[in-house]
Ligand binder design. Structure first.
Ligand SMILES: Cc1cc2nc3c(=O)[nH]c(=O)nc-3n(C[C@H](O)[C@H](O)[C@H](O)COP(=O)(O)OP(=O)(O)OC[C@H]3O[C@@H](n4cnc5c(N)ncnc54)[C@H](O)[C@@H]3O)c2cc1C
Ligand code: SF4
Ligand code: SF4
Ligand code: SF4
Length: 379
């Protein structure tokens, strides 16, 4: 492994702005509404003084090492460079480089009960742990006091995976749990994340810092599809609880289908128009143009498959082999994904919509002389 960044260069980089250390992270990313809440800064801080929930917070004395800004995907990052490095080319297809694709539904009844769609993510991680292909999985789990307030979690046994199944529509700083994985000496990790969190992993891998010692441990990245994420207070307090009168303790599942956020309880299904939910969208999501996680080894989402199945794209050769092995092992029922409507056409449409909205927002920011992250935004 060659390390891309020397300590001297980090100091030089962080001196480019007016501030140093954590203040530079605030100045360059957080205060500029660019923080995607990934968790990288918490994972790499050698002093353990950053805690990310929705956004980072400084909880101790910063020594101005500069690692947090350096490893933040929203300080600088070229998604095109990362894509070329992974696949040897930049794919024209809206959905990115795909080697194989399939719709799957887990057969295990216990897993089926708790997952969001076809349970690919949970079942795949279980398989990888059981076969000792990985020694840990970094995921998002239900919050300890409040299941709808998610947290980053390192999982080392298949049993714990059930706590991470399902979707929470607010920020979970998944990559923060990479620190615990490193401290435990784990060497073969899988990480699940939103497309921005997979960019965060690629940032750590493509600009590795020796002391951080995380990049080589990550063997597999699984991205879940994402149109948008929401602020906890706005979505769960103001809309779900106050306006739509659903107590958090009654919620069994949340989902986004068509033009609504759906909140399921034992007795009813409450519809919150997406238009309303978008009023509490995370501001930094507005510069994001990746719907499927084109930098991941595997991408998984609901769109493209019938209800109850997960659409799965294997993007790298390693992912194709793993997916084939899982399918041969017989843990999933499968369906071929159709190219015709509604099939993957909807995924393409959502990708194009996300790109268009991001580029309009980027133009607006340029007009207002607001900063942008260094990304391969097309506009
Ligand atoms: C904010 C958000 C927006 C999404 N938008 C779309 C969309 O527009 N279209 C679409 O097809 N799919 C979307 N998804 C993905 C979808 O909800 C499912 O996660 C995906 O289809 C996989 O289903 P599964 O049954 O295989 O996953 P499961 O086996 O149930 O596993 C789900 C995994 O998701 C992870 N997870 C849950 N919540 C979060 C979170 N807040 N942050 C990071 N990781 C999390 C968990 O770690 C878990 O491993 C979104 C997910 C999130 C979190
Ligand atoms: S000690 Fe380093 S990584 Fe931690 S907050 Fe300060 S500059 Fe950032
Ligand atoms: S984008 Fe990630 S690394 Fe950057 S400030 Fe936010 S949580 Fe930290
Ligand atoms: S819209 Fe983009 S930035 Fe926002 S949570 Fe989804 S992947 Fe991350």
């Amino acid at each position: 492994m060659t390390y891309a960044i020397s300590k001297g260069e980090i100091i030089e980089y962080t001196w480019l702005g007016k501030e140093e250390g954590y203040k530079a992270l605030e100045q360059e990313v957080i205060f500029k509404d660019l923080c995607c809440g990934c968790g990288n800064c918490e994972a790499v801080c050698p002093e353990n003084v950053i805690k990310v929930s929705e956004f980072p917070e400084l909880i101790g004395k910063c020594t101005n090492c500069g690692y947090c800004l350096m490893q933040c995907p929203r300080s600088f990052f070229s998604s095109e460079e990362a894509e070329e490095k992974l696949f040897g080319e930049i794919t024209e297809d809206e959905l990115g480089h795909i080697e194989s694709k399939i719709g799957v539904r887990v057969k295990d009844e216990e897993i089926k009960k708790v997952v969001q769609d076809g349970g690919f993510v949970t079942a795949a991680l279980k398989y990888l742990l059981e076969k000792n292909i990985i020694d840990g999985a970094v995921v998002s789990a239900k919050g300890e006091d409040n299941p709808w307030s998610p947290m980053a979690k390192l999982v080392v046994s298949p049993r714990e995976l059930l706590e991470s199944a399902g979707t929470r529509y607010t920020n979970s700083p998944n990559t923060a749990a990479l620190k615990e994985a490193k401290e435990k000496g784990l060497k073969n990790l899988a990480i699940v994340g939103l497309p921005c969190q997979i960019e965060a992993v690629r940032k750590i891998q493509n600009y590795p810092i020796e002391d951080v010692d995380i990049s080589d441990r990550i063997k597999l990245t699984i991205s879940i599809f994402c149109s948008s994420n929401f602020m906890y207070d706005g979505l769960m307090n103001k809309l779900v609880q106050e306006k739509y009168r659903v107590p958090l303790k009654d919620i069994k599942k949340m989902d986004i289908k068509g033009k609504n956020v759906l909140v399921f309880t034992e007795k009813e299904e409450v519809k919150i128009p997406l238009k309303e939910a978008y009023t509490v969208k995370r501001e930094p999501c507005k510069v994001c143009s990746d719907f499927t996680g084109r930098l991941a080894d595997i991408s998984a989402g609901a769109v493209g498959s019938p209800v109850g199945y997960t659409t799965v794209f294997a993007r790298t050769k390693f992912a194709v082999k793993l997916l084939d092995d899982m399918l041969n092992f017989g843990i999933f029922e499968t369906i071929e994904l159709e190219e015709e409507k509604p099939g993957l056409g909807i995924a393409r449409k959502l990708q194009m919509k996300k790109e268009k909205e991001a580029s309009e927002y980027v133009r607006k920011r340029i007009k207002e002389v607001l900063p942008l992250p260094f990304k391969g935004l097309k506009f």
